[in-house]
Design a protein around this ligand. Structure first.
Ligand SMILES: [Zn+2]
Length: 211
């Protein structure tokens, strides 16, 4: 967290409450209505994430043909949070040299080694040959619900594959995956945003491996 204020507008009809990270002065004006906005709460910059865990799993995410730089940045930041040290980007997936990447990844990429491959399928074949268990995250008909993934079916070295926002994971990659897993949905939409799905799946894998 970054030091700063939360401000609240003094205009009772407005009451806009917002974070003000840049201003050091006590006096500021409401961006909604222009009235004085007072400091309502201070943000303590010393707050750190109290929950830090070391996983016994090695997870290498493979981001194959992800279109959106924001999704990639978000996934990289999630990887950093889970202590993942290496990721593979393939196909059309934008790499960290993309000009818009740093804002979304918030510098997380500095802690993670990334590798780019033109051909994601080839990379999956290589990883399998190295003994990685390949897990595709895809809501296909053959997928097993992620809740059924427990410690007994997980190996120590995993490759977690996510794919294109519209077309999903390359069918050939799905075919040679050791597991295809899906997050059960209750809403109208057919799938979660890929970076959200990645976060849910990574969390599940890390947690079941700890039990
Ligand atoms: Zn206001």
């Amino acid at each position: 967290m970054v030091a700063g204020f939360f401000r609240e507008c003094t205009n009772p009809d407005c009451g806009f409450r917002y974070p003000d990270l840049n201003s050091n002065c006590e006096l500021a004006y409401c961006p909604k209505c222009g009235e004085v906005a007072t400091v309502a709460s201070r943000i303590n910059s010393n707050q750190k994430n109290l929950y830090v865990s070391e996983s016994r799993l090695e997870i290498i995410p493979l981001l194959d043909n992800i279109r959106s730089v924001y999704n990639v940045g978000s996934i990289i930041r999630t990887c950093e949070g889970f202590g993942i040290r290496e990721i593979i980007l393939s196909g059309i997936t934008p790499t960290p040299v993309h000009p818009r990447m740093d804002k979304t990844g918030l510098g997380s990429i500095q802690n993670i080694k990334w590798v780019f491959a033109n051909n994601g399928l080839q990379k999956v074949i290589e990883l399998k040959a190295k003994g990685f268990q390949v897990i595709s995250l895809e809501s296909s008909q053959t997928a097993i619900p992620i809740g059924q993934v427990n410690k007994t079916i997980l190996q120590k070295h995993l490759c977690l594959v996510v794919g294109n926002e519209k077309h999903g994971i390359d069918p050939e990659i799905q075919k040679i995956s050791d597991l295809v897993i899906a997050i059960p949905m209750s809403g109208e939409k057919e799938s979660f945003n890929v970076s959200v799905a990645f976060g849910i799946a990574a969390y599940h894998l890390v947690m079941v491996a700890r039990v």
